[in-house]
Design a protein around this ligand. Structure first.
Ligand SMILES: NC(=O)NCCC[C@H](N)C(=O)O
Length: 442
């Protein structure tokens, strides 16, 4: 039976629950910002992290069932309360190291306070191909009248047909759908803020996400960066509706030097077009395009390799010898719009050359193949650097973490038994917005 409720069930129509007090100090939910805050700018993977965008998992995770988890890109059904506790602890570690944590739900609500963003949000929520004209019109008109908090919740958690406002004459589409089908699809992968946008220098690239379950994230990030006061005036790199690129495939190896993985998510066309964009904007001079296996275990470059120091990476042992890179640079003779392609060459050699260093150190995890495969799957190579030589990693990757520590890297361990069910680690769950330059750091 169809619900007669006008407020979608399970959706928040009053202010969102308060932040847990134990890390509220580290997390901002402000709507106005002062000039004290660092300007958005990220030139490297390991420069001291000042500001990061995270998403505290919310009601969207409660939409996952054994029938839809594969399609929604989760490997199992997370225990949501525990996932939130684990995420709070992650945010707390960052806060304890002086990192300002912005929460995606806060900045989304803040952006939606602007009427233009609100209209864009309604547009992003309503898919008339899915709903048909009548239902799409009535949902659009309903959402146009809700406050920013309710609209943000619908955008993140979606809505089932039974949660839609009652209609005088139910449409065919509504009659023919099961009440629990999604009228607005939920976005459980918002958790992985790394993938949906990436700062390159002082510009932000909004990703064009490859998997249908994540496509709508683009629209949310687009309106956050366009309308939230914190980001007013920020320049854009790349185009949100171009060929697929995802932030998990983009590593800022050194100022002006990017590595871009091409595999399950980022296409060769996406990498080429990102390169053109960053060359034209003068925010990079070299892009290394790195083919990676098209499989779930290696869905992004950052599942096999992340930087842990200014000249060091942690890398899945099997990738060490096999990764290669095509080197893209602007063609000086023809102009910045043209791209010269060299290679392929071994990735580590091409990277060191582009970075202007003798060699890119690989922290030798020295693992046996079975442990290496297990810990790669559990995001052992997916660390988030807070500064050169200081990283956050999942505690469960005992062997990888031990090797990092032996190599002089400080590892801040976090629990991830539930967070990991979406197949992403600390780097995947974080989008750095501001990092200090490494000039002057020894
Ligand atoms: N950079 C990353 O590797 N992100 C992890 C994304 C996991 C998410 N469930 C996905 O399949 O897109």
């Amino acid at each position: 039976m169809l619900s007669t409720d006008t407020t979608p069930r399970g959706l928040v129509s009053s202010p969102a629950p308060g932040l847990p007090t134990h890390y509220a100090g580290a997390v901002t939910s402000k709507t106005s910002y002062s000039s004290q805050e660092p300007n958005p700018r990220v030139d490297t993977e390991v420069g001291p992290l000042r500001t990061v965008l995270l998403h505290r998992p919310g009601n969207e995770l409660k939409r996952l069932t054994p029938r839809n988890n594969d399609q929604l890109l989760f490997d199992s059904i997370p225990w949501v309360d525990r996932a939130q506790e684990e995420h709070d602890a992650f945010a707390e570690v960052l806060g304890s190291r002086g990192v300002e944590v912005l929460l995606l739900s806060d900045v989304l609500r803040g952006a939606l306070d602007d009427p233009r963003a609100h209209a864009a949000g309604v547009h992003a929520a309503v898919d008339s191909k899915r709903l048909g004209t009548d239902l799409a019109d009535s949902l659009r008109s309903h959402l146009s009248g809700v406050d920013s908090t309710t609209l943000a919740e619908v955008l993140m958690s979606g809505a089932t047909f039974e949660e839609l406002p009652a209609a005088e004459t139910p449409s065919l589409v509504r009659k023919m759908h099961h009440p629990h089908d999604f009228a607005v699809a939920p976005l459980p992968n918002l958790l992985f803020t790394r993938d949906s946008s990436v700062w390159i220098g002082d510009r932000v690239a909004i990703s064009s996400l490859a998997m249908p379950a994540r496509e709508r994230e683009t629209a949310l990030l687009d309106l956050i960066y366009a309308y939230h006061p914190r980001f007013q005036g920020s320049g854009r790199a790349y185009g949100a509706h171009s060929a697929p690129i995802e932030g998990g495939d983009v590593l800022l190896l050194a100022p002006g030097v990017l590595a871009v993985g091409v595999g399950e998510r980022t296409s060769a066309a996406g990498a080429e077009s990102l390169a053109r964009s960053v060359f034209a904007d003068d925010i990079a001079h070299t892009v290394l395009v790195v083919p990676i296996a098209q499989s779930r275990a290696t869905m992004h470059l950052d599942t096999v390799c992340t930087m842990v120091d200014k000249d060091a990476v942690v890398m899945y042992p099997l990738a060490r010898e096999s990764l290669v890179a095509y080197t893209l640079r602007p063609d000086e003779h023809i102009g910045k719009e043209s791209v010269r392609v060299d290679g392929p060459a071994p990735f580590l050699t091409a990277a060191a050359e582009a970075m202007g260093i003798d060699r890119l150190r690989v922290i030798d995890t020295g693992l046996d193949p079975v442990t290496a495969e297990r810990e790669q799957w559990d995001d052992g190579n997916n660390t988030l650097a807070l500064a050169p030589g200081v990283v956050v990693g999942y505690e469960r990757n005992v062997e990888t973490n031990a090797r990092l520590i032996d190599a002089g890297i400080e590892v801040l361990p976090i629990a991830g038994s539930e967070l990991g069910s979406g197949r992403g680690g600390p780097r995947c769950m974080s989008c750095p917005v501001s990092r200090d330059s490494m000039a002057g750091l020894s």
